[in-house]
Design a protein around this ligand. Structure first.
Ligand code: MF3
Ligand code: CO
Length: 255
């Protein structure tokens, strides 16, 4: 069952989405050479609290242990769910993704951005940029009357155009009262397939793309997902409201 949000829930998610966007903006500006990911996590806690929101990542239950931080920070060959650490420092040329689910007044919004620390290789830069554009290609298909497969197909087509690998083990998802609601939103698929899209659905669309092979490894910390071949990955995500007209991106700053 795919939840359709009430006008009141949508109003709350609009506020929450602005908070998620603002906090991610701070995180991206703070991502500089020499900063530890633990320090970045502390900043995240402060910025969320200052806006009356909470991290839904913290304590989220995984296979082995609850997620121990406010935000997932994944560097280079880490694809998703990197755990902030006092031992991990950003270096020039790194690509760093910040994946944040903020909870505000009982509703969640989920967004991810990948930033480059200083300058990186042309190849890595293209990975970051085209993963973001794959996200926007998918969002453009989040239309009332369309299908989940339209979003999936648009993302897959964009990835293929730039010969980027697609993460198959993890997918986008509905979001709202729960972090992961129906439907699943794979980053590959066929037009016209899958559940039908309706105004009032809120979807976390999230391409995770890679420079190398699609095989992944799971670290024994219970969370970190990385590429098996060590090539780099990027991740971009927005929470989007399906409307009767154009999709509304809730996790982009509107002011
Ligand atoms: N944003 C991630 C997702 O969509 C979830 C991060 S939650 C955490 O699945 F618990 F892993 F932090
Ligand atoms: Co998500």
């Amino acid at each position: 069952m795919i939840p359709i949000k009430t006008p009141a829930e949508i109003a709350t998610m609009r506020i929450g989405g602005q908070i998620t966007a603002a906090v991610l903006g701070v995180m991206c500006s703070a991502a500089a050479e020499g900063v530890s990911t633990w320090d970045l996590d502390q900043i995240c806690a402060i910025e969320l609290a200052a806006r009356g929101a909470k991290s839904a990542c913290f304590g989220y239950s995984g296979k082995q242990c609850p997620f121990p931080a406010q935000i997932c920070i994944s560097i280079n060959d880490e694809v998703v769910h990197g755990i902030p650490s006092k031992q991990k420092f950003l270096k020039a040329g790194d690509i760093v993704s910040f994946d944040l689910v903020a909870s505000y007044d009982g509703l969640m919004t989920d967004s991810t951005r990948t930033v480059i620390v200083g300058q990186t290789s042309p190849e890595a830069e293209q990975l970051v940029r085209q993963t973001e554009l794959a996200l926007f290609a998918g969002i453009a298909k989040a239309l009332d009357g369309g299908h989940i497969g339209d979003i999936s197909f648009a993302i897959e087509s964009h990835a293929k155009k730039f010969k980027l690998g697609i993460v198959r083990e993890l997918v986008g998802h509905g979001i709202g009262r729960d972090m992961h609601e129906d439907p699943r939103i794979p980053n590959w698929g066929r037009r016209g397939q899958g559940p039908k899209l309706k105004a009032g659905m809120t979807l976390a669309i999230e391409p995770m793309l890679m420079l190398g092979s699609e095989t992944l490894n799971f670290d024994n910390d219970g969370w970190t997902v990385r590429t098996a071949d060590g090539k780099w990955a990027a991740h971009w995500e927005h929470t989007v409201l399906v409307t009767k007209n154009a999709p509304e991106i809730l996790t982009v700053l509107k002011k």
